[in-house]
Design a protein around this ligand. Sequence first.
Ligand code: BG6
Length: 471
Amino acid sequence: MEVTELKQQQGNYQFPDNFWWGSSSSAPQMEGAADVDGKTQNIWDYWYEQEPNRFHNGIGPADTSGFYYRYKEDIALMKQVGHNSFRFSISWSRLIPEGTGAINEKAAAFYQDVIDELLDNDIEPFVNLFHFDMPMVMQEKGGWESREVVDAYRDYAAACFRLFGDKVKKWFTHNEPIVPVEGGYLYDFHYPNVVDFRRAVQVGYHTQLSSSLAIQAYREQGQDGEIGIILNLTPSYPRSSDPADVEASRIADAFFNRSFLDPSVKGEFPHKLVDILRNEGYMPVYTEDDLKVIRENTVDLLGVNYYQPRRVKAKEHTVHPDAPFMPDRFFDSYEMPGRKMNVHRGWEIYEKGIYDILVNLRDNYGNIPCFISENGMGVEGEEKFRDAEGIIQDDYRIDFIKDHLRWVHKALNEGANVKGYHLWTFMDNWSWTNAYKNRYGFVSVNLEKDGERTIKKSGEWMKQVVQRHGF
Ligand code: BG6
């Protein structure tokens, strides 16, 4: 069935009573208080200090929405928009300022309070351990290139489980681990702005290993919740059924989806990827013991972030043998004629992608329990949609959510093991180098008025959806 047909269908989209409804967020994008109460710098604080002009309107990570100070007010708003669950991340550089060793008691008390406040409001905390925010002290030791940092991360994860594991029952080791590989080591949109395929492969491999080691630590402590990873899955669609296009899209899929999906869920790296790395001489440094850890510590639960598909065609020009090795040596990207766009973010909107992911997980990944851990629409200049009552009339966001939820619903009816839907994000926040350019929240944050929060029309709508278990 095509997208348009499903969209036009009116009717009742009913979800299970225990479906997880809520939103997701991250510490560096929401907390603010970047150098307060003992927190040390992470790579974003540092990079901003070095190159503030790389950030939209020169706004840096110290100016995020101020959840550190306003979490009680914000959690009350979550309750108002009907959340039964909420994902946030712990900042490693806040909890363990030196990266290893002593816990920052003020930070532990803050996260404890946030967890208690959520539970008191019947909102289940989903806690993620790493959201692109490597502590600077750890980056100085080599970041994810360094095995020492992998072990330090495992200890940090173990400390989080010990501190908060009695109350938090849903844990995630990483958010979108491929993004720091791409941003930091291939395409220059994260610190340390390296462009080097060999180093990127080592970073990717060590990040996966760190996830598996954290899962091992969780189970060794006898914790009784669920632990998983959050992946941004971008289904790869070939331009045509021509075998060259299909092969190109499979390679892109191996690099950008299966590189973390397969080891996280199945305990092994995809052969297609390993064959390329081996043939081209780019295998990372690894040990058999580490591969055993990866094999034995797969996830209980998978978070799926979905924003856009990847359109791929066969490479049209051969790459000069001396050109730096990059994944796109094997494929070109392709703009589908007539595609629908989120023009603000420059991303294609293709709602059926969310269904294709869920069906793929059902058919090829043992129907692993999963949920939509991010989906959302970043829009520039939303203030112009504020009405006389001060409410942002974001009907486009409601339509975006509905259009995706219809496909989630279809997948659910066809046996996909999908347990919830979280929007990115709860309230407008700071989006890395885009800073406050695009707004994503159910709740607006007015930077002109000291960060004043106002529930948008989509937030009011979501409350009804949760009450009715659908729309
Ligand atoms: C996801 C991330 O990639 O998408 C978030 O987990 C991010 O951190 C979100 O903010 C939206 O992307 P962006 O780049 O527009 O903020």
